[in-house]
Design a protein around this ligand. Sequence first.
Ligand code: GLN
Length: 485
Amino acid sequence: MTIEPRTLRAAREGLRAKRFSSLELTRHILQRISQVNPRLNAYLTVNEEEALQQAAAADAALARGEESPVLGVPIAIKDVLSTRNLRTTAGSRILESYVPAWDATCVARLRTAGAVFVGKTNTDEFAMGSSTENSGYGVTHNPWDLARVPGGSSGGSAAAVAAGLCCAALGTDTGGSVRQPAALCGITGIKNTYGRVSRYGLIAYGSSLDSVGVLARDAHDIALLEGVISGHDPHDSTSVREPVQDYEHNLTGDLHGLRVGVPREYFLEGMQAAVGQAVQQAIEQLHHMGAIISEISLPSTQVALPVYYLIATAEASANLARFDGVRYGLRVPGADLVDTYRRTRGAGFGSEVKRRIMLGTYALSAGYYDAYYIRAQKVRTLIKQEFERAFAEVDVIATPTSPTTAFRIGERVDDPIQMYLADVFTLPCNLAGICGISVPCGFDAAGLPIGLQLLGRAFDEATVLRVADAYQRQTDWLTREPGIS
Ligand code: GLN
């Protein structure tokens, strides 16, 4: 018997056709994790015991003829998403021993649909970063080149999917944390429209920017998972009642008449040449497939980065106040309450988290609030309006996902601005609250993957998935495997 499902669909078909059981598939994945994870550090917690129980239950359900896109399929979960009775660290030492009493809604929906949770994946601390180097538990290595970062903050999920250590994974995207690691690891990743997937149980970073997303090998697999996790949730007042589109049914492969906008501001001078070339070729390919390409302009792109880092840090400084040594996780007792707060937070938070709390607190302080925070919110509205105007003329916007391929571990740690630039193409999408996907579209001379980003209108995940899937049917970038697998 061979078990080598590279996609969620192949796993599901194998299970249905009884070529292998969920127990066999899960054991196979767990074994791969024990072999490969020591080199990657993609998983912070392997959920072996529960995964085997879930697999056995899934086999029983399959035998009864039950159906679901994820029934019996091994899935990984980014460690900022709460999992009932399973340690959830958010990549922070302050939550090293935190075990939630409930599931995040997206996790609960997968659980109800019979998914097998193989483990929790590494992340930059509280999802603050672009490389997973800010994790309190060590960096994750890129399966294509172990000396390089996998991107971040969902670097653990991206590396796990790329190396075949799960069939798909959940991630979160506040400024690019699903799309950028997907690009750097040669897989596919979607950032959902704000309000599309419940944030309940997602440990908050920037509440007006955070969104749950999916990382998988291809857009078709993502379409299947999206159908399970999307939709209104009474626990999250920002989740929207908008009906969930039938994503899989909509994967027609047809791009005739599709209008694709290419913003000139997304092709920077300093960008890696191979990235620009691969993305241009991908856009050519969309044209060959019947799409109408036009150049558009999104002039506010250049201010998106400072706007993002004001709003994200302001929200983070408020959200992270709850980690005080009283309510959750680590507690370092001090002389009095304030001293306990100080010691706990001093010991529990890493330096990037502290930097952001300071930046955010400053931006929100009396006297600076109007000059920084309010101003940033106003510019954010302009960015959103700019996208709305663009989407009156085009159906999707095509750009590079990241200006470079995977960079070397350590290369940017002492230069926060360089690190922040890793997300210059992804974070406008979060400020506007729209959706976007990254799909593999080539390799650089060093054999490192390149990502094409497709941005779509709010609540139009169906279109970005259709375009991504159509492109993936016509190209064979996914047939290359990283060395580690
Ligand atoms: N790299 C960006 C940041 O550090 C985005 C991270 C994310 O999307 N969670 O804030």
